[in-house]
Design a binder for this molecule. Structure first.
Ligand SMILES: *Cc1c(COP(=O)(O)O)cnc(C)c1O
Length: 365
């Protein structure tokens, strides 16, 4: 059996109605900040439960623009997670700011108890990353942020509809950042992102910043960026957004099925499934003994398993300027040796899941 990682061909196989909508849209010429975008932003805000959603060019920009709006700039420090995807760090670095890493724990999110020790007079913001669809412990983090007077931007790119005690990712802080990249749970046909906020002033600044800082066609209020979510992508987003709960629920059901079966295998350790937290399994990860052997075995049996990630960000060539060395973030390091990801998406079949489970069991004999 072949178990693919990417489900995009399946996801977009039946789209006659979407093609008809795109055809209708294209003849309006309403490409930039058009009506479908306005509709998508309203529906996204309603989905998350916030006052404002602002469509931007990518998930990276959905982190960068609120940081810019908060005044983060050259030489400032921004605290974030050591095990994140490069986009988080890229957004910080684009502003000339310096990422200050905090190690993660076995939920793949930053260990909040280590945050305060990283705060210096140059710290300007904190960007927790709700990595894999778990959430960072936001209650203690927001307490620290409030006490130290630091704004927070949640990197919720992997965590749409995740929550703690019913309070969703993207609603806890000054702003929340989402990605609509094809590989994300709610996706479009290219790059796109959304910033959520309950702050009217922040929303207004973001609307300026994403559109060259233009107050109107003749007046520039601030220096901004060209970072709008295309109205064309918003048509795709509007077609899909109604399915977000269904997509999420199916991923959770698949993850629970894997947990029950893989949890029976002695050499597999299921990460702590923190209660009171809704995890949305953008990535389904378990810890495995002899991970490299299991990885090779699964690949040889046609299963596209992955490692998120084999080389931690802080040791990558492109980040040498920050001067980190191996061992600086021991939990992140340990994860690079122990973690393995299996497909867990809404299009995965029970047969495919059973094949993955049987293949893992077969490896450990
Ligand atoms: C996808 C992602 C982003 C944003 O990536 P884009 O490709 O710019 O949309 C940011 N942070 C994390 C953790 C991500 O997974």
């Amino acid at each position: 059996m072949h178990v693919r990682y990417s489900y995009l061909p399946q996801q977009f196989s039946q789209i006659d109605d979407l093609m008809a909508q795109l055809r209708e849209f294209v003849v309006t010429g309403d490409f930039t900040l058009g009506k479908p975008l306005v509709e998508f932003e309203r529906r996204f805000a309603d989905l998350i439960g916030v006052r404002h959603a602002i469509g931007v060019g990518s998930g990276t920009d959905a982190i960068k623009l609120p940081l810019k709006a908060l005044g983060v700039g050259h030489g400032d420090e921004v605290i974030t997670a050591a095990n994140t995807f490069i986009a988080t760090v890229g957004a910080i670095a684009e502003l000339g700011a310096v990422p200050v890493f905090v190690d993660c724990d076995d939920t793949f999110c930053m260990d909040v108890s280590q945050v305060e020790a990283k705060i210096t007079p140059r710290t300007k913001a904190i960007v927790p990353v709700h990595f894999t669809g778990y959430m960072t412990q936001m209650e203690p983090l927001m307490e620290i942020a409030f006490r130290r007077g630091l704004p927070v931007v949640e990197d919720a790119c992997q965590a749409i509809l995740a929550d703690i005690g019913g309070k969703r990712a993207g609603t806890w802080a000054e702003a929340g950042s989402f990605s609509l990249h094809p590989l994300k749970n709610l996706n479009v046909w290219g790059d796109g992102g959304v910033v959520t906020t309950n702050d009217d002033g922040m929303a207004a600044r973001l609307r300026l910043l994403r559109n060259h800082g233009m107050r109107n066609r003749d007046e520039i209020e601030v220096l901004g960026y060209n970072s709008r979510l295309d109205a064309l992508q918003a048509v795709v987003g509007n077609w899909l957004i109604g399915s977000t709960h269904q997509i999420t629920d199916q991923r959770i059901e698949n993850a629970e099925y894997f947990d029950r079966a893989l949890g029976q295998i002695k050499q597999i350790r299921i990460p702590p499934r923190v209660s009171g937290m809704k995890k949305v399994y953008h990535i389904y990860i378990v810890f495995a003994e002899d991970r490299d052997g299991l990885y090779k075995h699964c690949q040889s049996r046609g299963i596209e398993c992955k490692i998120h990630y084999p080389v931690p960000l802080y040791l990558q060539d492109g980040l040498k300027i920050y001067g980190h060395k191996a061992g600086d973030f021991p939990v992140t390091d340990r994860h690079t040796r122990e973690i393995i990801s299996f497909p867990c998406d809404q299009h995965l079949s029970r047969d495919e899941q059973d094949y993955v489970i049987a293949t893992v069991a077969e490896y450990y004999g």
